[in-house]
Unconditional design. Structure first.
Length: 313
């Protein structure tokens, strides 16, 4: 039996979010269960694009602040970041941080944002993956907390805790993976392999206060979902998200074969179930750049970027 801790909330007011995050984590053992003194914690946010947090496409900074406060309260060092989907440059990443409201968070709350964009190749004998490029900032921390966003996705139907760890792979390197796994089922297996390889993610948190429906992950419409959730199991957390949008989890490639018996701890979600949530249907095949000429240019760009990797660990 897997537990998912749930609290309904309709505001990003920092004080309210602080109380709510503490509540959902306390319900499954408290922050001390997941974070130890004198360790380093990487808060893996969803920072898919340079966009206002009010658009519902990125993890809201107030959620990150609340988690960081709890981690720091037990004597841990906190680093926040993501392998943002774009050029692997500090200028690009700083613009992401600025537009998503993270630079202000860094200044006001003294929370370190990751600017180490180097990565290493780790070996992992997964279902479809044998090696994975991962940001060194993630590899070099003691604990990862996966802080996902509740939103639709035009490739996988829904992006949640499972797909959020795709951001462990840096920048444009992720696009190469889309080419290696061009159908949605193989891509879903690759996502599960990432979770299998990164065995230091004890806690998964979902920012579902404002989500995104429609053409996610960046071109959709913000929608009030009104919930935050936490679990020790990423697929169970996503399973409850799919319950909230009143869909069958078997329809989503990242969930089929990963459905667990689970129990909701905390608030009843009955009154926030939304069968009208506009969720994309997963694509069976996808190409990152459909035009062949543009794709050739793109491939050369990705090859140049990926050739600059660090030595394997």
């Amino acid at each position: 039996m897997k537990n998912v801790s749930v609290k309904k909330i309709n505001t990003y007011d920092q004080s309210a979010v602080d109380d709510t995050i503490k509540y959902i984590i306390d319900n499954i053992g408290g922050i001390e269960k997941f974070v130890k003194r004198n360790t380093t914690v990487f808060l893996k946010a969803n920072l898919v694009n340079a966009m206002s947090p009010n658009k519902g496409g990125t993890t809201h900074p107030s959620v990150i602040v609340a988690i960081a406060k709890l981690c720091k309260s037990v004597g841990a060092t906190v680093i926040v970041g993501d392998g943002c989907a774009g050029p692997n440059s500090k200028r690009y990443v700083n613009n992401i941080y600025k537009k998503c409201g993270y630079l202000e968070m860094e200044k006001v709350h003294d929370i370190q944002l990751n600017r180490d964009l180097s990565y290493s190749i780790i070996n992992y004998d997964g279902a479809v993956v044998k090696s994975i490029p991962v940001l060194n900032a993630i590899l070099n921390t003691d604990t990862i907390i996966n802080v996902a966003k509740f939103k639709s996705h035009k490739y996988t139907g829904f992006t949640g805790a499972c797909k959020n760890m795709y951001g462990a792979i840096p920048g444009l390197v992720k696009m190469r993976w889309h080419q290696h796994f061009p159908n949605v089922d193989s891509f879903a297996l690759a996502l599960h392999d990432i979770h299998g390889a990164l065995d230091k993610i004890p806690l998964h948190i979902m920012d579902g206060i404002i989500g995104m429906e429609g053409e996610g992950p960046i071109d959709g419409t913000p929608i009030n979902v009104g919930v935050v959730m936490a679990s020790t199991c990423y697929s169970t957390l996503d399973q409850i998200c799919i319950k909230i949008i009143d869909r069958d989890p078997n329809d989503f490639p990242t969930l089929k074969d990963h459905i667990h018996e689970c129990k909701i701890i905390g608030d009843d979600i009955t009154d926030i179930i939304n069968p009208n949530f506009n969720c994309c249907s997963p694509m069976q095949q996808f190409k990152v750049v459909p035009n062949p000429v543009a794709r050739a240019v793109f491939n050369r760009m990705v090859k140049t970027v990926t050739s600059k990797k660090t030595n394997p660990k």
